[in-house]
Design a protein around this ligand. Structure first.
Ligand SMILES: *Cc1c(COP(=O)(O)O)cnc(C)c1O
Length: 465
């Protein structure tokens, strides 16, 4: 064994203790770190011929990166849709590395842990047992997987095994959606369906939710075509939901494949006040839910649920690998996901679900929604900002008051000043043609005081512009 490796092996306990102390210090100070920092340039680094050992590597890393490490996982990172990691999730994630199991294997602990975690999640979301689920690396890969199943499903109806014969063997696929996330369109590109296959169905006035009448008219005019509908259960700008109940009725009538992208909106199911937004989602053929957003586990983690595990296996099975178990005889996760070797992503989720339970997640959702509404109310009551849309769940979509032509420059300046303040991060958007700003609150740490800190910063910065 290499000498340095041998030394580290002898000092594993010390190294983990050092890492733990450093982690605890980082986490306890996270709220006083700048939320984000400007990218500096680093001097180049050469690969050491003689390694410096793990302990030395840790201190070299700290010296080199300390000024770039920000409170991204803290309570005021409100850009995109960004969760943090609960204490239990961090513990579970640490253990994932300690065990370093390949969650592709057909039995052993990883197999049971993933199955059990999916069952816990079904209970959290109130999804019927008929849904099977697997972990992926993020909602993008879950949407990719959902559309791969959809492609296989359409093939079935034409007597074509798409995974075997390719999309060219199918009549042209159309993917209908009103407000798809960019990852759906990216998945279409990756799956050989092509971005041009997207058909945007109009929304209801002043909404991001599909106009069911317009959709019905489209379906009536395109009977017998190969159609997939990708529904939004929580859009990123305004957390709008498609009417899933009406979609379920139309699905019955017209027989399209229904995929629901509930990346973060799926967490509405955790709270009795918001569960109704998802009514009808149990008619979906497949459902995407992200875990590294509102479940607050570390990156990279999401789930794809489906009622068609056989089609999922047809799309993702390994063929011709004699060293792998026969997919028809043994359930193996890697025959159901884009990845073959897999990190045990279920473990952080298992820990956080057991640690905080259904009530814990109802509280996280309730707390985030209350604080989002508070920020929304402050904006609504001000004469320097205005809401671009009513506040739903966890996102405030707003803009500055003023002339529309001046907005892009003013927003850029304001956002830059705000993000450089280190107090908060928000991200730009355009909503119904108007440049705006989004704040998304899905971190378990966020408190009333955070909203006050941010509001004060916003008020000062806008006064200075
Ligand atoms: C975040 C998000 C995605 C993509 O998720 P990743 O985890 O970044 O891959 C897809 N759909 C919706 C609605 C999202 O909010």
């Amino acid at each position: 064994m290499n000498e340095t490796l041998f030394h580290d092996l002898q000092h594993m306990d010390q190294l983990l203790q050092q890492t733990k102390d450093y982690s605890a210090a980082f986490l306890s100070g996270i709220d006083s770190l700048p939320v984000d920092v400007a990218r500096g340039s680093l001097p180049s680094l050469s690969l050491p011929k003689q390694g410096i050992g793990a302990s030395q590597a840790l201190s070299t890393f700290k010296n080199r990166y300390d000024s770039l490490l920000a409170g991204n996982a803290g309570s005021r990172y409100w850009g995109f849709v960004t969760g943090g990691a609960t204490p239990a999730a961090i513990a579970g994630d640490w253990l994932t590395s300690v065990y370093d199991m390949n969650a592709a294997n057909k039995d052993g602990a990883s197999f049971y842990i993933e199955g059990e975690t999916i069952a816990l999640l079904r209970q959290l979301f109130g999804l019927p047992d008929a849904y099977t689920g697997v972990f992926t690396s993020g909602a993008t890969m879950s949407n990719f997987s959902g559309l791969a199943i959809a492609r296989q499903w359409l093939g079935n109806r034409h007597g074509v095994d798409v995974a075997q014969e390719g999309v060219a063997a199918l009549p042209a696929i159309k993917i209908l959606s009103c407000t798809p996330h960019s990852s759906t369109v990216k998945s279409m590109a990756m799956l050989g369906i092509g971005r041009n296959a997207l058909v945007k169905i109009p929304s209801l006035p002043d909404r991001e939710s599909v106009d069911i009448t317009a959709l019905t008219a489209y379906l009536e005019a395109h009977k017998n075509e190969s159609l997939i509908f990708v529904a939004a259960a929580g859009t990123v700008n305004t957390v709008d939901f498609d009417d899933l109940q009406s979609l379920a009725v139309l699905k019955q009538q017209y027989g399209f494949y229904l995929h629901v992208d509930a990346a973060f909106g799926g967490f509405a199911a955790c709270h009795s006040d918001y569960r109704h937004l998802l009514q009808g989602w149990e008619s979906a053929d497949s459902i995407t839910i992200d875990a590294h957003k509102w479940l607050n586990v570390p990156y990279d983690s999401a789930m794809i649920f489906t009622r068609h595990p056989k089609l999922q296996m047809a799309a993702f099975r390994n063929v011709g690998a004699s060293y792998l178990p026969d997919p028809d005889e043994f359930f193996v996760y890697s025959n159901y996901t884009p990845e073959n070797s897999r990190r045990l992503r279920a473990l952080p989720a298992w820990h956080t679900l057991m640690a905080y339970g259904a009530n814990g997640y109802a509280d996280i959702v309730e707390n985030n929604v209350r604080l989002t509404k508070k920020l929304g109310a402050l904006i609504e009551g001000s004469d320097t900002f205005r809401l671009l849309a009513p506040v739903n769940l966890c996102v405030v979509c707003f803009t500055l008051n003023g002339e529309t032509e001046e907005l892009p420059a003013a927003i850029k300046q304001f956002l830059q000043a705000m993000n450089e303040s280190g107090k908060v991060v928000m991200t730009p958007t355009v909503y119904q043609g108007i440049p705006g700003i989004r704040a998304a609150l899905v971190n378990w740490r966020t408190t009333e005081e955070d909203v006050e800190i941010v509001w004060e910063e916003m008020s000062q910065l806008i006064a200075a512009i």
